[in-house]
Design a protein around this ligand. Structure first.
Ligand SMILES: [Zn+2]
Ligand SMILES: [Zn+2]
Length: 134
């Protein structure tokens, strides 16, 4: 498949990055960590090859949010840009909404719905997983 360069940025624009699409996977995550990190009920993630991720400007603050998990954050505006897990070396998850075109990734599932807030309702037909996707 042809690689497609994608660009993105944090809320304040201090961090600009590139990654090569299309995504390997994309999903909505309702886990408590994502809720707290984003201050939002759900985060849309898209997974890319780690070696295609490039910080074009600014400096990413790498926050170890739980053992083996690193989240990339902008220290100026607090945007959560990325997620990496030692159990998936070679991959990086990007918050779809920090892409310049957040609609580019095709969402495939809802995961960690056991942490989902009761007032958050899923209105599509994508597969739903209480924990991680099978
Ligand atoms: Zn920022
Ligand atoms: Zn999550």
């Amino acid at each position: 498949m042809n690689q497609m360069p994608l660009t993105g940025r944090c809320f304040c624009g201090a961090i600009r990055f590139e990654v090569a699409g299309p995504e390997k996977y994309a999903c909505f995550c309702y886990c408590e960590s994502c809720q707290r990190a984003a201050g939002a009920p759900v985060v849309a993630w898209a997974t890319y090859a780690r070696d295609t991720f490039k910080v074009v400007s600014g400096e990413v603050h790498w926050h170890q949010s739980s053992p083996g998990v690193t989240r990339g954050i902008c220290e100026h505006c607090g945007s959560c840009i990325s997620y990496e897990n030692e159990q998936r070396p070679g991959e990086i998850d990007i918050t779809a909404n920090c892409l310049d075109d957040p609609a580019a990734p095709v969402m495939r599932a809802h995961i960690w719905t056991e942490d989902k807030q009761p007032w958050m309702h899923i209105g599509d037909d994508l597969p739903v997983f209480e924990k991680n996707a099978g």
